[in-house]
Design a binder for this molecule. Structure first.
Ligand code: NDP
Length: 460
């Protein structure tokens, strides 16, 4: 059954646009084009591939306003955040263009007689499944380095950001990318598992990457395993935000609010579990409630809006259920907790206190503006609580004693950990998780090498 994919404006609940789904013939044509493009693209000098990324950066900046408005319309993040996302993509492309070639350059290694050389050669067509929360950045983060390395990309974006997916394909076209270097496939959700499995099994696809839930990641990884192909997974998180007794509470509260509200709380590296020393937990709770009740909730298109709607109705329903369950399990609801009585998918900033392990908001990833606060008695308990999760993406520790916080940070299991600053993705630093947050790394030199054949030459 082939149909259309409809995109709903989360700020109103009304339909924005409908996109015709790509049928089997179009998917086959896209795959054939990506495969043909790979053969030519891989043999272009890396400097020429870097020029493409510079051109992509330029086109992103030229089109920034349009792209940002489309992102906001499709998934509801405040316009200022959408503009920030577009600029982050542009500056990252410029960064990859400049720094990427060195990460991919041949290396000569002294390994006895003769010459030993290690090269980073592209793999082929990479199938990418991406989510809607950072609809440009999630794609660029993978595709910038992968395309620089000489691969080509077939993108299956989330249906609610289909317009952004096609707009990004057009950015690459306008930047001069040969046809097939980056192609967006529009696939309706019921067909996604089958289309994904078929693409992963196809000999022309070399590897797969997915950013999204652990459920979708496990599905894609299983298909990749069946086909014996490489996969890179960037999945969810339930990052701990550990506030030690000597933390600067102004700094901690400011960052807790900022980190939890970005993208209406729908980010993988948002702090989600707030673990606070019992001697200061009352103070922290009161300050969080006060700060969150001041937040301007409203239309994401209006300047000054700090919190827009959630991206989809089912995300809102899930969050509302998670909060209700956590309260039934014994936590105290201090503010928020129920959807707002207005059109669109609005959920207010919410604070739950007395949250314990085993409660829903502690165990599951909450994808929305929900702050779950858990007190701890000492550092050992803080570390045990921080690690009492199936996820391991990011973590933060807050303390005026940086060395002490660093020592606590070393004991937390995660792909990234920060002291006195929020975890953020940065093109210069590796990004990724452990446990059910996934595997493989994006960004930095290791990210640029993820989709390469790390090849050994011996010339005797
Ligand atoms: P999903 O993981 O379901 O969606 C992410 C992407 O994966 C979409 O493109 C989706 O397409 C695709 N997908 C889903 N199932 C499959 C499959 N079997 N095979 C191939 N692709 C698949 O996340 P949701 O958007 O439904 O959000 C649900 C929850 O996931 C969130 O509440 C959050 O906890 C987590 N999440 C985490 C993200 C992160 O940044 N780490 C991003 C998004 C979600 P389609 O929608 O068409 O199925």
């Amino acid at each position: 059954e082939w149909s259309t994919v409809t995109v709903v404006d989360p700020a109103t609940g009304e339909e924005l646009a409908a996109y015709p789904e790509h049928g089997p013939a179009e998917i086959e044509a896209a795959l054939a084009a990506a495969d043909a493009a790979f053969r030519a693209w891989r043999s272009r000098p890396v400097a020429e591939r870097a020029q493409l990324l510079d051109a992509v950066a330029r086109v992103l900046r030229e089109r920034a306003d349009n792209l940002a408005r489309r992102i906001t319309a499709e998934m509801g993040k405040p316009l200022a955040e959408a503009r920030f996302e577009v600029e982050k993509c542009a500056s990252a492309c410029a960064y990859f263009a400049e720094a990427g070639p060195a990460a991919l350059a041949d290396e000569t290694i002294d390994a006895g007689p003769g010459r030993s050389i290690v090269t980073y050669e592209p793999l082929g067509v990479i199938f990418a499944v991406m989510p809607w929360n950072f609809p440009l950045w999630q794609v660029i983060r993978f595709a910038g380095p992968a395309i620089l390395a000489g691969n080509t990309a077939l993108l299956k974006h989330a249906p609610n950001v289909s317009g952004t997916a096609l707009a990004l394909e057009d950015v690459f076209r306008a930047a001069g990318a040969p046809a097939g270097v980056l192609t967006s496939l529009i696939v309706a959700p019921p067909n996604v598992p089958r289309v994904s499995a078929d693409l992963i099994a196809d000999p022309r696809v070399a590897a797969v990457t997915l950013t999204g839930s652990d459920r979708a990641g496990a599905f894609v990884a299983a298909e990749a395993g069946r086909a014996l192909k490489k996969s890179v997974l960037e999945l969810g998180g339930s990052d701990p935000f550990v506030v030690l007794a000597d933390a600067d509470l102004d700094v901690a509260v400011h960052n807790a609010v900022k980190g939890r509200l970005m993208c209406a709380g729908q980010t993988c590296i948002a702090p989600k579990r707030f673990l606070v020393d019992a001697t200061i937990v009352r103070e922290f709770e009161c300050r969080m409630v006060d700060a969150l009740e001041m937040v301007r909730v409203g239309d994401p298109r209006e300047e000054g809006t700090q919190l827009g709607p959630l991206a989809r109705l089912d995300i809102l329903e899930t969050l509302e259920r998670q909060v209700a369950e956590t309260v039934e399990q014994g936590a105290v609801l201090r503010t928020g907790g129920r959807r707002l009585d207005r059109p669109g998918y609005y959920f207010p900033p919410t604070v739950l206190t007395g949250v314990r392990p085993g409660m829903t908001a502690f165990t599951d990833e909450t994808f929305g503006p929900v702050v779950a606060i858990t007190p701890f008695a000492d550092e050992d308990e803080a570390v045990a609580l921080a690690n009492d999760t199936r996820y391991g993406l990011g973590a933060t520790v807050w303390s005026t004693d940086t060395e002490r916080a660093h020592a606590v940070a070393r004991r937390i299991e995660s792909g990234a950990v920060s002291v006195n600053t929020l975890v953020a993705s940065d093109p210069r630093l590796p990004f990724g998780g452990i446990k059910r947050s996934g595997y493989g790394r994006e960004l930095a030199a290791v990210g640029a090498r993820e989709f390469t054949n790390i090849r050994t030459y011996k010339l005797a």
